[in-house]
Design a protein around this ligand. Structure first.
Ligand code: GDP
Ligand code: GDP
Length: 457
């Protein structure tokens, strides 16, 4: 049975502003002023002194966490040492520290002690002189220069005086929030093929691999017909697996139904795995399924399944056998448009070749997402058109500029004097030139010729 994994949401860490100061300078008053008494989270762990208080605040649209290092320590039994310990812990998390002192009391030895503790911190420490309720008291602030934290900022937490200016300064000092790593969109993979080629057997073989971890996420909005799983830790989704497991009674034309389902699955997938019953060879039906994947412009990987019937396991143990090469050549010859697609050889019932198939799929997806830099692209196009100029009825094709307009699939816009000049074989020629330098195995490559009258858009 596959193991299950639980996924947890990444939590954004807000920048942290810590209010430090000896008791009674007005830390909790300032804290409440900043958070507007909208205390979001109070750390309240039983058995631990409730002497650190956290809350979320925002100022001018910047969100941050405020920590009051002595918020609930007015109880007489709480020792100064304990407060200091808690303060030390909080300070380690700080992005900005507000070092609060008291204008009425003036400079105290405890302030100097705290100053010594704050000095080694690598984050900005703002010296804030609280209880400066009026201009006369503001003048008392000057004596705190002696602490060596630069200009003291007089405020009154009780009346709000100077707090806005202080917060302006604080948010400017906050680091830009770390971007939460976006959960990567799972790579989606569709298993396509004619009836009885072994699609559902292959599905089970993939999910039964030790490297595949099927996630069991109850209550998610994921479409129940799909199966999320991980391959070597890479999140993937198998598209329309419910349909593969329970084919059910098919109404009307099997061929029509198959094509319809394959088209829908291909449209929702990044990678199409087209399964062939190798014991029957490469048939027209397989070719049609390949075209469906190709029309959808998705990454494509061929799978020659039931390879155990072509080459019995008790046969000659040649690793890269002639039979494989011959089969690959047949597929390439009969489906030349999809020649970019690699071919894997599996036995779904025996579980062989599955690991190589999945690794090939991941590689195809990487190629499908590949970006060729504009400089390189222009060099290739320039060289190609220079070496083989195109003239149609006396008109020469001029390619001015090329750039990748998107990936998945890699799509290249080529700005030319007249797109109508680019006929099929010339298009193929440019394709091949690009593929020579960037094989991008498993990925289609889209060339989009556009008219331009300038040298550069
Ligand atoms: P903490 O121990 O540092 O958290 O200090 P508190 O916030 O509990 O405040 C201690 C005392 O100072 C309380 O009586 C507050 O009302 C008072 N206080 C706080 N800020 C101010 C202020 O700006 N001006 C005046 N006059 N008193 C203040
Ligand atoms: P689906 O219709 O494409 O989903 O095909 P199934 O997975 O139902 O397989 C059709 C038949 O082919 C079943 O009898 C499978 O046991 C058999 N089969 C599938 N994969 C293999 C394989 O790799 N080797 C052999 N010998 N038989 C296979």
């Amino acid at each position: 049975m596959p193991e299950s994994v639980t996924m947890s949401e990444p939590v954004a860490r807000l920048p942290t502003v810590v209010i430090a100061g000896r008791p009674n300078v007005g830390k909790s008053t300032l804290f409440n002023r900043i958070v507007g008494r909208r205390i979001a989270v109070v750390e309240d762990t039983p058995g631990i002194t409730r002497d650190r208080l956290y809350a979320e605040a925002d100022w001018r649209g910047r969100r941050f966490t405020v920590v009051d290092t002595g918020g609930l320590t007015t109880e007489p039994e709480v020792l100064w040492e304990q407060i200091r310990l808690q303060a030390t812990i909080a300070l380690q998390e700080a992005d900005v520290v507000l070092f609060l002192v008291d204008a009425c009391d003036g400079l105290c030895p405890a302030d100097r002690e705290l100053a010594d503790e704050l000095r080694p911190l690598k984050v900005p420490v703002l010296l804030v002189v609280n209880k400066a309720d009026n201009p006369r008291r503001e003048e008392y602030a000057d004596e705190f220069y002696a602490l060596g934290f630069g200009e003291p900022r007089p405020i009154s937490s009780l009346h709000g005086r100077g707090v806005a200016d202080l917060l302006d300064e604080v948010v400017d000092l906050l680091p830009t929030p770390e971007p939460v790593p976006e959960e990567p969109e799972p790579i989606s993979l569709a298993i396509l093929g004619r009836p009885n080629v072994g699609k559902s057997s292959l599905l089970n073989a993939i999910l039964g691999q030790p490297r595949a971890i099927v996630s069991d996420i109850p209550g998610t909005t994921r479409d129940a017909v799909d199966t999320p799983f991980a391959w070597r830790g890479e999140p993937l989704t198998l598209v329309d697996t419910a349909g593969l497991r329970r084919p059910g009674k098919v109404q009307g034309s099997v061929e029509y139904y198959m094509a319809l389902r394959a088209t829908r699955a291909a449209e929702r997938a990044d990678i199409c795995v087209v399964v062939i019953d190798a014991s029957e060879g490469f048939t027209d039906g397989d070719k049609r399924v390949g075209s469906i994947a190709y029309e959808a412009k998705k990454a494509l990987v061929w799978v020659a399944n039931k390879w155990d019937e072509v080459e019995p396991p008790d046969g000659r143990p040649t690793k890269r056998s002639q039979a494989k090469r011959d089969f690959a050549r047949t597929v390439q010859r009969d489906a030349p448009e999809q020649a970019f697609a690699p071919i894997c050889f599996t036995s779904a019932t025996r579980g062989t070749g599955i690991e190589a198939l999945m690794d090939t799929c991941i590689e195809a997806y990487e190629n499908y997402s590949f970006r060729i830099t504009t400089g390189v692209l222009n060099r290739i196009i320039h060289d190609a058109t220079f070496e083989r100029p195109l003239t149609v009825k006396g008109r020469a094709l001029k390619a001015y500029y090329a750039t990748m307009t998107r990936t998945r699939p890699p799509t290249i816009a080529v700005f030319v004097n007249d797109p109508k000049l680019v006929h099929f074989s010339y298009r193929r020629y440019l394709h091949n030139r690009l593929r020579k330098e960037y094989p991008l195995e498993g990925s289609p490559l889209v060339l989009d010729f556009r008219a331009s009258h300038q040298r550069k858009p």
